[in-house]
Each structure stands twice: as structure tokens, then as C-alpha cells.
Design a protein around this ligand. Structure first.
Ligand code: SF4
Length: 296
């Protein structure tokens, strides 16, 4: 079987930097536990590898009374993930005695700064994105009075409270969704200012996948099931009319994936290279499975 990788796949620069910072900190700290606030990335295998290296994912519940960190972090290093956090969370961690290691992606930091700047100048900040996403919550925390909109319907309901309006996008929002929101706000608020904050990483992976799909018979996506950008890669492969499967590890490759002369490989922005290489190797060697997982 011929296995071909997408020209762009796997970890983005922001995730790579966050993982390197966390591992580097764990090395320097020696036996001392290092924490991340929430899983550093949306990939269970990578999170397990970090745990083995001494990097423990701390949940917010563990900061509450009775939780692991409630009694204080006693100078322990806490890595802030690429999505960033609201300023109130930084203050809370500092109050618990954490030493903050900031792995917020520079693109997300730029959005936080722009949001804070607009809010300080009296603008109404509108954030286009998923209200439940950590990055969006972080940006909103820097812009008091801001509002999150998930679609054009919600954009119709924005109350500017007599203020000029600025629009900032979640870095990973779909371009079409963003454009639909922007069009509504531009019509309603002619002085609308927009911040070009969409990260090209996701679009680059989708475009590379589309090129790959033209050259292969089926597609395998490697990545976490809890990763939104990985799910989008799978949905795109299926929309392109290819049989496609999402696997977290090589062991999950379904029997059906071995029934083609050529298979394309892509991977989400949190997927470690090791997992991609293992899937590639198993496919190329025709080592049929294991448990099946995915969609046909
Ligand atoms: S997808 Fe883009 S914005 Fe998000 S962490 Fe990666 S590089 Fe940064």
C-alpha cells in the first residue's frame, strides 16, 4: 500500500512551544511536580506522556477547597496552556503561590492585548467563537463588558450599549462562520473595527488535506477525539467523498483502512509526531488491527 502524508499536518507552532516549555520546566524542576492548568493539549496520549515526565494536569476543581492545590502550590511551576487564561485565573494561581510559566500562544496573547486595549478605550468588544472554549474565556476576561457570539443570529442581538464595536475572532473559528458574523455586525455598526486574529494553521491543514484527497483512495486522520480541529479534518475528508477514519493510535486502525491501494494521512494540531509515524508505519507494513474505530 502507498501511504502519503499531507504536506501540512500535526502539531502547530503554538502547541509545539507549549509542550517544549512544559517538558523543559519538568527537566529543570527535577523531582518537583510541575502542573498545567487543564490538559496542556487535546490529545490523551500526549497528556499521558507529559504525566509520565512529571507534568500533572491540574483541574480547576483541584484549586477549590479540599482539592489537591487548595492548600497552596508552594512555589510549584504551573504552565499556562496555549489557549491562555483570563487575568483572574493568573491572579488566583499567583495567590496560591504558583510560579507561572506562560505557554500562551503568541497569537492568542495578541488577541488578549487587542481586546484589553479596545475595552480600556471604551469599545464594546465582540468575540466570534465558541463560548465554552478556553481561549474565548481567556480573551473575554481581558475585555470587561465583552460579549461572545457563536453565529449570525447572536450577532443580530448584540447590544453595543452606545459604544463603538470591535470584533475579534477565536483563532480557530471557521472562516465562513466568522464572515457571517462579521457581515451582520458590519451592517448594524458601520464603524465596526475588526482584528484579523484567525490562525492560518487550521486552514493550512484543511487545504493540504484537500490536495491530498485528490491523490489517494482513503484517508486516516490521527488525533484526539476531544480535539475540535481533528474532528474538522475528519469531517472534511468525508465531505470530500473519501472513506475516512479518525484514530488516536496505530492500534485503532480499522481493518477497512488496509483495503486500499493508497491511503492519505493527516493529523490534528495537537498530535505528536510519534503517533503519526506509528500509524504511517503500520499502514505501510500492512499490519492489520486491533480494534476498529472511525467512520466509513
Ligand atoms: S492553532 Fe494557531 S493560535 Fe492556536 S495554538 Fe496553534 S499556532 Fe497558536
Amino acid at each position: 500500500m502507498r501511504v502519503k502524508r499531507a504536506e501540512v499536518l500535526g502539531r502547530c507552532v503554538g502547541v509545539r512551544r507549549a509542550v517544549e516549555l512544559a517538558l523543559g520546566t519538568a527537566l529543570r524542576e527535577g523531582d518537583r511536580r510541575v502542573y498545567t492548568l487543564g490538559p496542556l493539549i487535546h490529545n490523551p496520549q500526549a497528556v499521558a506522556e507529559l504525566e509520565a515526565a512529571g507534568v500533572h494536569a491540574l483541574s480547576e476543581a483541584e484549586l477549590e477547597p479540599g482539592g489537591l492545590a487548595a492548600g497552596g502550590l508552594d512555589g510549584a511551576a504551573v504552565v499556562i496552556r496555549a489557549h491562555g487564561v483570563p487575568p483572574a485565573m493568573r491572579e488566583r494561581l499567583a495567590a496560591l503561590g504558583a510560579r507561572i510559566v506562560d505557554a500562551t500562544c503568541p497569537r492568542v496573547l495578541a488577541s488578549q492585548r487587542r481586546a484589553a486595549d479596545y475595552a480600556a478605550r471604551g469599545w464594546k468588544v465582540v468575540i466570534a467563537g465558541d463560548e465554552g472554549h478556553g481561549e474565548v474565556a481567556g480573551i473575554a476576561g481581558y475585555a470587561p463588558g465583552s460579549v461572545v457570539v457563536g453565529g449570525p443570529g447572536e450577532a443580530e442581538a448584540v447590544d453595543p450599549e452606545g459604544r463603538p464595536v470591535a470584533l475579534i475572532a477565536q483563532t480557530t473559528i471557521k472562516k465562513e462562520e466568522y464572515e457571517a458574523i462579521r457581515a451582520v455586525l458590519a451592517r448594524r455598526f458601520p464603524g465596526l473595527e475588526t482584528v484579523d486574529s484567525i490562525c492560518p494553521c487550521t486552514e493550512d491543514r484543511l487545504a493540504a488535506l484537500a490536495r491530498l484527497a485528490a491523490e489517494v483512495e482513503a484517508i486516516v486522520i490521527v488525533g484526539g477525539r476531544n480535539s475540535a480541529n481533528t474532528a474538522r479534518l475528519l469531517a472534511t475528508a468525508l465531505e470530500l467523498g473519501k472513506p475516512a477514519w479518525l484514530v488516536e493510535t496505530a492500534e485503532e486502525l480499522p481493518e477497512a483502512a488496509f483495503g486500499y491501494g493508497s491511503v492519505g494521512l493527516s493529523a490534528g494540531a495537537s498530535t505528536p509526531e510519534r503517533l503519526i509515524a506509528e500509524v504511517e508505519d503500520r499502514l505501510a507494513r500492512g499490519l492489520t488491527p486491533g480494534a476498529a474505530a472511525g467512520v466509513d
